[in-house]
Design a protein around this ligand. Structure first.
Ligand SMILES: NC(=O)c1ccc[n+]([C@@H]2O[C@H](COP(=O)([O-])OP(=O)(O)OC[C@H]3O[C@@H](n4cnc5c(N)ncnc54)[C@H](O)[C@@H]3O)[C@@H](O)[C@H]2O)c1
Length: 459
């Protein structure tokens, strides 16, 4: 059944949600306060950069349109999804400033509706935000009662930038926090019409869903950080190798291999803020927050520790090239990326830094002014580098050979590979000194410390 849907917020999540639902035959009106985003969508262009978005916008034709009027969208739709920002505030909590404003607009439009309408908050919020922050705004502005006149659900999406549309349409499961049975049933039916494979649906109270969404991200970041911690330890063991360890570890069905790799820390617009937020809500309610806070601290300090590791390889006056400034390969997003952290930490330590990223140069320049020269070509960056640091596992870096690395007439170059992506043959080429994060330098590494620790056994 073709539905009439509204999506409030046409950013990285909302624009793709709107397009994804239109691609399944529904009529979708997207709303944004940014006129340029509205104009772009109505002209058949993607308002943000995302895989397949522009194609779907074009293919959807009149089924997908945009407006700056919340009222117009809400009056014409049975369900509205809210995907506006919930930025971290200085306590580490997620601010309801934009969501509150959106709910005021929705509430005012609901005042003029005669029939039932379901409001779904897809923005990430902290436990209690829906019932105690947003619901009162909706009721006050509409003069109506939730549960009787309109419904309310928390419906967060589990997506990664670069695959938002695919992820939204094909999630591992749907998470629904419902104000009441009718609200949850309406959203479940809608998801059933949108998601081709009808994924399992987990319906629960709003507060349990608010916690579950946060728990998914913080669990994943804890797993990433655990592997990174092991990688540091492997470097200190005779013949230590994080890939050998994680391959076996991930084979245990209780653990699994995804996100268990050992590399630079995590970044991006979502992951880094979630442990802080979990810590905030746990502390505010008087429960333990140590695990979340430790994960966050370990990750944030990673770049500084990485600089300590690089230091023996960086001679005075040497230039370091950091390759990979986005928070992951194939992305232009530099928010909280480890590449940026690393450049800043090296620059603070007095090292001359040059840098390159296939997609993220523009965003990185705005962030790194005064810290690094960012080149538009990989070859230019390599030509100046005495030390090359691979900060993301971008395939563009995998194929680097000794000739590329030794460009600029150098006799030697050191490559520090945080993701162990370079062809092992390159490491054996004359003039190339290869340092792999998570691997011991030699079979003797750490032997002295271990002999001191255990050498007296049996005496
Ligand atoms: N980006 C992600 O990877 C991701 C993943 C999961 C969840 N989320 C969550 O989704 C929410 C949105 O994130 P995003 O990355 O899409 O943000 P974004 O900044 O890319 O986009 C938000 C959009 O909302 C618009 N907006 C703000 N206030 C508005 C209002 N009152 N009415 C209409 N439009 C308004 C902005 O102009 C902007 O276009 C956040 O809560 C975020 O945590 C994001």
């Amino acid at each position: 059944m073709a539905r009439d849907l509204a999506v409030i917020g046409m950013g990285k999540l909302g624009a793709s949600m709107a397009a994804a639902m239109a691609s399944r035959g529904h009529r979708v009106t997207a709303v944004d306060v940014r006129e340029e985003a509205v104009e772009a969508l109505n002209a058949g262009r993607a308002p943000v950069q995302e895989t397949d978005l522009e194609r779907i916008v074009l293919e959807s034709g009149p089924r997908l349109r945009a407006t700056t009027s919340h009222r117009e969208a809400i009056l014409g739709a049975d369900i509205s999804f809210v995907a506006v920002p919930t930025p971290s505030d200085d306590r580490g909590a997620f601010s309801l400033q934009y969501a509150g404003w959106a709910c005021r607009e929705i509430g005012r439009a609901l005042a003029d509706r005669k029939d039932y309408h379901l409001v779904v908050i897809s923005s990430t919020v902290l436990p209690g935000s829906m019932r105690f922050g947003l619901l009162p705004i909706l009721e006050r502005e509409s003069g109506k009662r939730c549960g009787r006149d309109f419904g309310l659900c928390y419906g967060p999406a589990f997506i990664a930038l670069g695959s938002v549309i695919r992820d939204f349409l094909n999630p591992d499961f749907c998470l629904i926090g419902e104000f009441d049975e009718r609200s949850g049933a309406s959203l479940e039916a809608c998801y059933g019409d949108v998601m081709p494979d009808r994924p399992p649906v987990h319906r629960m109270s709003i507060e349990n869903a608010e916690l579950t969404k946060l728990a998914v991200n913080t669990y994943v970041t804890t797993k990433i950080t655990f592997a990174n911690m092991l990688a540091e330890l492997c470097e200190r063991l005779p013949g230590g190798d994080i890939d050998v360890v994680t391959r076996a570890l991930g084979a245990d069905a209780r653990i699994g291999s995804r996100y268990l790799r050992g590399g630079l820390g995590y970044g991006g617009p979502c992951f880094p803020r979630d442990n802080q937020a979990l810590g905030f809500i746990a502390r505010a309610l008087g429960s333990g927050a140590d695990l979340a806070e430790t994960t966050d601290r370990f990750n944030r300090q990673f770049a500084e520790r990485a600089v300590g590791r690089l230091r023996p390889h960086v001679a005075p006056g040497a230039t370091v090239a950091v390759l990979g400034l986005a928070y992951k390969p194939f992305s232009h997003v530099v928010d909280e990326s480890q590449g940026l952290y690393l450049v800043r930490a090296l620059s603070r330590a007095g090292v001359r830094v040059v840098a390159y990223d296939p997609l993220a140069a523009e965003g990185a320049r705005a962030e790194l002014s005064g810290h690094a020269v960012i080149f538009d070509s990989l070859a230019e960056a390599l030509a100046q580098a005495d030390v090359v640091v691979l900060a993301t596992p971008d395939p563009a870096f995998r194929s680097l050979g000794a000739t590329d690395l030794l460009a600029g007439g150098k006799a030697t170059v050191t490559v520090v590979d945080f993701w162990r992506v370079l062809d092992p043959g390159v490491a054996r080429q004359p003039g190339v000194r290869y340092v792999a994060f998570g691997r011991a330098d030699s079979p003797e590494t750490g032997a002295g410390s271990l002999a001191t620790l255990w050498g007296g056994a049996g005496t």
